[in-house]
Design a protein around this ligand. Structure first.
Ligand code: 4NP
Length: 157
């Protein structure tokens, strides 16, 4: 299909939140038979975990929801900023980091907080669970699933 909607999920390490978000959004659009409308990827603002699978806790929690994560961590590239249509960051640090690499308004407008698409009235941040416990990973999973629903509604496809 031509003109796929290109979505990039961005966090710090690309082993917890952004691969969880990628998996949740892919799973949702797969269920709704809309996977062919999209190109979906994730990355980190750091290269700390380059080439690694998602954190075992992220994978375990996703697997319990029937989502098998196989993404390998990679660092954000400058070309991503042009290539993708939506640059969905998880927190304010990611937001600042990505915005600092952009000098034009049309590209700046692509940067959005994924948490702003949540369907309740909670804060628009997907908090870093890396130093937390399994419950923190569960709540990240709940949140990225909820935001996926909101983001798909926003896109209206
Ligand atoms: P993520 O979580 O940004 O959601 O992938 C983190 C993963 C690793 C580190 C920090 C956050 N780290 O410092 O290595």
């Amino acid at each position: 299909m031509k003109n796929k909607i290109k979505v990039l999920f961005i966090c710090l390490g690309n082993i917890c939140r952004s691969p969880a978000a990628q998996g949740a959004f892919e799973s949702l659009v797969q269920k709704e038979d809309k996977i062919n409308f999209f190109e979906i990827d994730s990355c980190g603002t750091s290269g700390y975990h380059d080439g690694e699978l998602p954190d075992p806790r992220t994978r375990k929690v996703a697997q319990k929801r029937g989502i098998h994560l196989t993404h390998r961590s990679r660092k954000l590239k400058l070309n991503d900023l042009d290539y993708f249509d939506y640059l969905l960051v998880m927190d304010d640090n990611n937001f600042r980091e990505v915005i600092s690499l952009i000098s034009d308004e049309p590209t700046r407008k692509k940067v959005m907080k994924f948490g702003s698409f949540r369907t309740d009235n909670g804060v628009s941040i997907v908090p870093d669970p890396y130093y937390g416990n399994e419950r923190d990973f569960e709540s990240v999973q709940d949140l990225v699933e909820n935001c996926s629903v909101g983001f798909l509604k926003f896109l209206g496809v």
